[in-house]
Design a protein around this ligand. Structure first.
Ligand code: PLP
Length: 513
């Protein structure tokens, strides 16, 4: 393909993507294909002669789209969001165009330098303490990792090395293998699966401590440390959660960090989803104590409008990463070493993409206020949904936090299971379940950037209509006189009847539009 064809192909694809987002409400959020569908459509071997780009382009709609789950549809309410915005897409495009590998400053100075500056912008946007930033006088700094999973693992590997070095300094007779065999790490029973996986990958048992209402408190940690130390084990790492995956609960990081500081244990904060909310000062009380932590991570690729992958990690002392991961070769060295980070020492792979570009585009084009508006708007939509659920006495809200509402039908778990089965089979909206204290609940998350209040009403109408087939709604059962005790159901009913209302366009405005 020459640059002439590239221009045509690229422009056609930009139009396709813009149309895809503009018309995404017309697609069913869940695909209807069955496993192996694509194998039947695509040849088993690579074509011998190169094909025309137009044929490839046509196959996107024909073959790929039928098998896509539309994460950016306003009817997608499962998991946590994955971000998407036009500035970030263009940033990705440029990153692919430059296609450098920034493993050292010299390998592409702009790649490293923009990342350093963006991590400072982002850290300030979240209100992180100065010592986490590259621009502070100290050894702290930020780096873009591929995922929160990698950040948790990087923190654990650094903590492991730090503990070994520390113990061998005071007791050189100790063998590295003996120390490593005794290390333990802790997190809450609500931590994301990636935290347990980090323990497996690092060969450090990750102990799940009991949470109370989803939050890990200091007494559980203190008890576990004492028990394990008495048994001859060596605690080295704690992962605290700000915004757990199940219910978006917030651990008391101040309490946990004080204990970790006393015990010389590395404390890492996993704020993968909810960390974006700290851009709004009114939520920063939830990260009280962050200044006592060793590392902090959140995913702009979840809730801050940057396309996957972009996971922001800060450490208070980057020397621990460099000490843990510094494996050098002559061909990697350059004459400016020490004047800027060589980010290969801060991560697992050697190679790294120019991810700071998409962050730069998003932060400039939305601005601080645009980011805040996005977060507040989505939290407001979740509050609206919660209100709709609360106004229907057949339902109960078990918990709600940020853009997440966990709710269920009152009574036996089987009712909510039936409701979920019907919703999933109908494919109009996508929600997933979880258990909260043995109650089977549906997690409803406001995900898509373009979600409006009408979209939320539409999703509620879908839930409402299936609920009516399980627990009949008295208002819809020909009850023309609404009993006083059921008056509050009217709001739900209104939302149901508003299903066809016109869509308003109250999405975030981008200056680029
Ligand atoms: N931590 C939490 C709290 C999460 O909710 C998730 C994913 O939803 C992760 C970590 C994993 O994130 P990533 O896919 O970036 O590794």
């Amino acid at each position: 393909m020459d640059s002439k064809d590239f221009r045509e192909f690229g422009k056609a694809m930009v139009d396709y993507i813009a149309d895809y987002i503009d018309n995404i409400r017309d697609r069913e959020v869940l695909p209807s294909v069955t496993p192996g569908y694509l194998e039947k459509e695509i040849p088993k071997e690579t074509p011998v002669e190169g094909e025309n780009w137009k044929d490839v382009f046509e196959d996107v709609e024909k073959l790929i789209m039928p098998g896509v789950t539309h994460w950016h549809s306003p009817a997608f309410h499962a998991y946590y969001p994955t971000s998407n915005s036009f500035p970030a897409i263009v940033g990705e495009m440029l990153s692919s165009g430059i296609a450098c590998v920034g493993f050292s400053w010299m390998a592409s100075p702009a790649c490293t330098e923009l990342e350093v500056i963006m991590m400072n912008w982002l850290g300030k946007l979240l209100g992180l303490p100065e010592e986490f930033l590259n621009c502070s006088d100290g050894p702290g700094g930020g780096v873009i990792q591929g995922s929160a999973s990698e950040a948790t693992l990087v923190g654990l590997l650094a903590a492991k090395e730090k503990t070994v070095r520390l113990l061998r300094k005071t007791n050189p007779a100790l063998l590295e293998s003996d120390i490593k065999g005794k290390l333990v790490a802790y997190t809450s029973d609500q931590a994301n699966s990636s935290v347990e996986k980090a323990g497996i990958l690092a060969s450090v048992p990750m102990i799940h401590l009991p949470s109370v209402d989803g939050r890990l408190r200091g007494d559980a940690l203190r008890k576990a440390i004492k028990k394990d130390k008495d048994a001859g084990l060596i605690p080295c790492y704690v992962v605290a959660n700000l915004g757990t995956t199940g219910t978006c609960a917030f651990d008391d990081i101040e309490e946990l960090a004080k204990i970790c500081n006393e015990e010389d244990i590395w404390i890492h904060v996993d704020a993968a989803y909810a960390g974006a909310a700290f851009a709004c000062p009114e939520y920063r009380y939830l990260m009280k104590g962050v200044e006592l932590c060793d590392s902090f991570n959140f995913n702009p690729h979840k809730w801050m409008l940057v396309n996957f992958d972009c996971s922001a990690m800060w450490v208070k002392d980057a020397r621990y990463l460099v000490e843990a991961f510094n494996v050098d070769r002559i061909y990697l060295q350059h004459q400016h070493e020490g004047q800027a980070p060589d980010y290969r020492h801060w991560q697992i792979p050697l190679g790294r993409r120019f991810r700071a570009l998409k962050l730069w585009f998003v932060l400039r084009i939305y601005g601080v206020e645009g980011i805040r508006q996005h977060i507040r708007h989505q939290i407001g939509l979740a509050k609206h949904f919660e209100q709709l659920v609360c106004n229907d006495s057949r339902f109960e809200v078990i918990t709600s936090s940020m853009g997440l509402v966990c709710f269920r039908l009152q009574g036996d778990n089987s009712l909510t299971q039936q409701l979920l089965d019907k919703i999933t089979a109908n494919k109009k909206i996508y929600v997933i379940p979880c258990y909260i204290q043995e109650k089977f609940v549906i997690r409803f998350v406001v995900c898509a950037r373009i979600t409006t209040i009408e979209d939320i009403n539409s999703s509620w109408a879908e839930i409402f209509s299936h609920a009516n087939t399980i627990v009949p709604c008295p208002i819809l059962n020909g009850n023309s006189i609404i009993p006083e005790s059921r008056k509050h159901d009217c709001l739900s009913l209104t939302a149901y009847q508003n299903l066809t209302t016109k869509k308003s366009n109250n999405t975030i405005s981008e200056k680029s539009k």
